[in-house]
Design a binder for this molecule. Sequence first.
Ligand SMILES: C[S@@+](CC[C@H](N)C(=O)[O-])C[C@H]1O[C@@H](n2cnc3c(N)ncnc32)[C@H](O)[C@@H]1O
Length: 261
Amino acid sequence: MAKLEFDDEGSRLVEEFNASAGAIERRARIQQALALKPGNRVLDIGSGPGHQAFDLSVAVGPAGRIDGVDPAESAIEIGRRRCSGLSNTRFHSGDSSNLPFDDESFDAVMSSQVFEYLDDVPGGLAEAFRVLKPGGRVLIHDTDWGALLWNSSDAPRMDLIMKSFEGHLADAHLPHTLGPKLRDAGFVDVSAKPVVHIETSYDPSSVSAILMKFVVGYVVSQGISQGEADAWASDLRELGATDHYFFSSNEYIFTAAKSAA
Ligand SMILES: C[S@@+](CC[C@H](N)C(=O)[O-])C[C@H]1O[C@@H](n2cnc3c(N)ncnc32)[C@H](O)[C@@H]1O
């Protein structure tokens, strides 16, 4: 199955998603877990449209610096535009498997909703380890798509759509194995915290409503008919109209350190 393409339309949808209240709260949780200090140098792997870089730039101040790296030119362009007024952010074209930075460059390396798309997670973690200074911290945030709950009046159709949508990722259950993978890469002090996102009413600007657009676009590209995908989305909106809407997702923020010794 083909992975989701972060072309112009994909990057635009991530931008819309990042403006939702749920995404803003999640960025605040990531920032809290990173506990940055003024002057820190931070790398955001898969920086997308640059919302995280924008938020983190305040925490590191003018003496610090945020570098974003992403292979999608459209994402880089949106990120540069978003942060054009900031003197301490930079965006680079590049890939997690071959980061364009020297060894031991960063105080912290973070990545949000990116490692679940990678074919080579150990390679990406090895690169994160390489570019971190001794004593530096890594933060990886991903969803476990097996823990997604979405009320539907047609359970078989929901299963069909979500099974197809899982193909947009390399590993829809990465949090299951991320702890051992971090340790195998050499990291210590590995820990994980959940971010549970719940919606009990339908709001067209919410995380789940924007996710619906990703789902419809992707599953149709994988052979599900437009009519079937639209009927799935209409059903969810109709449940919202009768006060029967329920969406819940489990995301995990993993943190770990590169030993100072
Ligand atoms: C779901 S978006 C998340 C973007 C951003 N982290 C955010 O939270 O707004 C996934 C991003 O990962 C990027 N990506 C995909 N494969 C990558 C790789 N091998 N190395 C670095 N970034 C990658 C995509 O281009 C896209 O911008």
